[in-house]
Design a binder for this molecule. Structure first.
Ligand code: PA5
Length: 433
């Protein structure tokens, strides 16, 4: 079967020997089997593993219907959430929408993903002149950042709309029966979608958490799920074969064992920047525990070659690169001849911008390889809803395997609570009795 996401590890292979690779293959296979058989730590959070297959059409239809209704009554959807309740939707919307919008285009805006007062003030000012709806997303229903943004948006709605209008403009995505948001939604009769119990925040992009904002932004969510389903079939556990998700998990652990403590996730297309943020959360929260794990970071080339490039070429060699390489852009532009050639670019006449981007990619790989940086290339043919679904599933699976190889539970995030308890102490938050 054709693997829809390819991997090229040949530019990393001289950093580990064949024996280490063979030993790692066994560990990876064991890790993948325990995911498949649901026997590893945190196995109660493996709902994402079969999700593309178990996703039901009734739910997908309801999501699409709700998105259509939002378009009927609003020109803007504000998606309120943070972490796993924000990053996947933002990754999809940025990756799959045009870079620029016209005034009449429907807009999806994100809020509740930070505590900038200026952001909220400016957002509420802009929304005063718009017809907007809100999708508030919180699995726990108690997270401070989205709760504050949601309160401000509800206040604005109260000034603008009647009670009945507010009711049809707010959609809550939360736990099926617990948490403050569930209570609020039930009390006010908001439409709700459920975050499944067996899926943690960072693995929830293919649930209503990600799918409703995607549908509202015009993304074909059937294609997203179809792409994830194809990846599920291609990268499914199999005793005999060795697949790209397993190879990725293996190589990043081998490089980590060799002292490469930082993984830089690279794109050559800026609309993938939010995907990098999603990927960062996935790996950082899954593996960064018990004083272990790769520190994950990202860069967009060629932009960051003019900033981080110096460090990559000549700084401390503590990192490797994982390059998300898109083979074909969705649009391209011919470079035209000019008579005066003052910018000295006529040697590129008739070539396209993507031709130049491709040479930047190949030249940079060569330069970084010469500097001793290990490189992993993850290849995808082009950017669309299907490849988004496939990439999400590919990285979720690779991350879970990689976490098990490292020896941690990739489905919890105990460290995230530390800043909250200090912040709550400073805020004087009353203890729940
Ligand atoms: O992955 C996680 O569990 C976290 O990043 C959460 O998604 C994030 O903290 C938001 O939590 P909640 O959806 O409960 O508001």
């Amino acid at each position: 079967m054709h693997e829809l996401i390819g991997i090229d590890i040949k530019h990393a292979e001289n950093h580990f020997d064949k024996k280490a690779f063979e030993a790692m293959k066994t560990k990876v296979k064991d890790a993948h089997r325990s995911i498949f058989e649901k026997t590893g730590p945190g196995h109660e959070f493996l709902g994402w593993h079969d999700l593309p297959e178990t996703m039901n059409d009734t739910l997908l239809s309801r999501i699409k219907k709700t998105a259509d209704h939002i378009h009927e009554i609003a020109d803007t959807l504000v998606v309120v959430g943070i972490g796993g309740s924000y990053l996947g939707a933002k990754a999809a919307v940025d990756m799959l929408s045009p870079y620029f919008k016209n005034d009449e285009d429907f807009e999806v805006i994100f809020a509740g993903h930070q505590l900038s007062s200026e952001y909220l003030v400016q957002l509420t000012q802009v929304l005063k002149d718009r017809d907007f709806a809100v999708n508030v997303i919180s699995k726990s229903g108690t997270t401070t950042e989205p709760a504050i943004a949601f309160r401000a948006l509800r206040k604005l709605m109260e000034d603008k709309y009647t009670e009945n209008e507010i009711k049809e403009r707010i959609i809550a995505t939360t736990d099926k029966d617990e948490g403050a948001l569930r209570e609020l939604a039930d009390k006010h009769g908001f439409e709700t979608f459920v975050v499944p119990d067996d899926i943690g925040g960072r693995y929830s992009v293919l649930t209503p958490v990600g799918l409703l904002p995607m549908a509202a932004s015009g993304i074909d969510i059937d294609d997203v799920i179809a792409g994830a389903k194809t990846a599920m079939d291609v990268y499914r556990y199999d005793d005999e074969s060795w697949n790209a998700a397993e190879a990725y998990a293996a190589v990043r652990n081998l490089l980590y064992d060799k002292g490469k403590k930082v993984e830089l996730f690279i794109n050559y297309e800026q609309k993938l920047n939010a995907f990098t943020e999603w990927w960062k959360q996935l790996f950082a929260e899954s593996e960064g525990k018990e004083n272990q794990g790769l520190f994950v970071s990202g860069a967009s080339f060629s932009t960051d070659l003019h900033s981080l490039g110096q460090f990559i070429q000549q700084g401390s060699q503590i990192f490797f690169e994982t390059i998300l390489h898109v083979e074909k852009p969705n649009a391209d532009l011919m470079i035209e001849k000019t008579e005066d050639n003052l910018d000295k670019l006529n040697y590129l006449t008739g070539k396209t911008v993507d031709y130049v981007n491709d040479k930047a990619y190949k030249g940079t790989m060569q330069a970084h390889k010469d500097a001793g940086v290990p490189l992993i290339v993850i290849d995808v043919e082009n950017i669309n809803a299907r490849s988004f679904g496939s990439l999400v599933y590919f990285f979720e699976l690779a991350c879970a395997i990689s976490g098990y190889v490292l020896g941690v539970n990739p489905f919890n995030q105990p460290g995230v609570e530390a800043y909250k308890s200090k912040m709550f102490a400073l805020l004087g938050k009353p203890k729940v009795s």
